[in-house]
Design a protein around this ligand. Sequence first.
Ligand code: FES
Ligand code: FE2
Length: 383
Amino acid sequence: MRVSRQLELLDRLIGADIDRPWSFAPASMRNPASAYTDADRFAREIKVLFRDRPQFVGLTGECRLPGAFIAQTLGGVPIAVVRQLDGSLHAMVNACRHRGAPLLEGSGQGGMRRIVCPYHGWTYDIDGKLLNQPGSAGGFDDLAANCDLHRRAVAEKHGLIFVHPTSNEPFDVDDVLCGAEDEIADYGLADYVHIETRVNSWKMNWKLFLDTFTEAYHIRWLHKNSIAPYFLPDLLFDAFGPHPRAIGLRKDVVDQFTRKPRDEWRLLPYSTAQYFLVPNGLLVYQLDHVEVWRVTPTDVGSCRISTSIFAPDAPATDKARNYWKHNLDLLLDVTGKEDFPLQEKVQANLASGALPEVVYGRIEPALVHLHASINAAVGESTF
Ligand code: FES
Ligand SMILES: [Fe+2]
């Protein structure tokens, strides 16, 4: 984030009482509990938000070398993204054209020369072209169909990879980011190195994952014994289209206001800058590393969440590698022991039918923005 933007955001803090929030939504909002529990609404969200628009896949550093790949389920569609020899990316439906077996699993760091089906051995080039059908003795020769893998549109920019799970129409990453690229481009994400990814499943609606990070109002209660002593109780919120950007700040950010002239103030050294990539991603920039979160809804009341950590350089020693692993441990400790277990109980309460609605206060502007834009996308009115 350029210095002028950092100063602009710091100006918002000047004069604020750090024990009280300083940014408000224009109005509070009520959302029916069914937004989190209704199966019909969930089906509409999957179609409109997860299948009909490009989805966040990951960072360039996860798929850098020729033959590297990422296999993911996007909007229920099995997708494989593969780095080609010329440096471009291809996205393909990760299902064999013979009888639908999955071809690639997880991720690969590079060097894959062929894609071979585990079922009957059909073999594809890494661009998805069917090369041969071993042992078939010409038994498929009379098929008129082209059996190359189905292609999907993929785009890569600013170190971010997106795929459209149901279309092959080209798209531009900047159109997906709706203006967030203006800040995201400054982080040089394409150079970041993937360290580790961990995946967990939770019995909560996918939106509760986003809700977790959309306000800092809960920090002083839910995290009173972990991170509360160090962080301000609110976030610096702005929105780019549907995507909130919410910056958490360490309390000592305000010390510089009295110690230094304005042009020496900085925001980023004190920040946890969270860029929501609605619906399925969250990018978090912290001074010495980047975290990437991805959510995959599994049904209306459950989701799978992957958490990844990226470093500016490849760790050269075990000590450096352990430093990053420890960082990921700490992160998953707070979210995995404090945030998400509570969200599972919220989900159970909402599913009980005993609570007709939840409310998002003016004090939670990113939460209001997020749900108002999700409701608008799926044709629900907002109160
Ligand atoms: S399903 Fe892939 S070769 Fe048969
Ligand atoms: Fe939290």
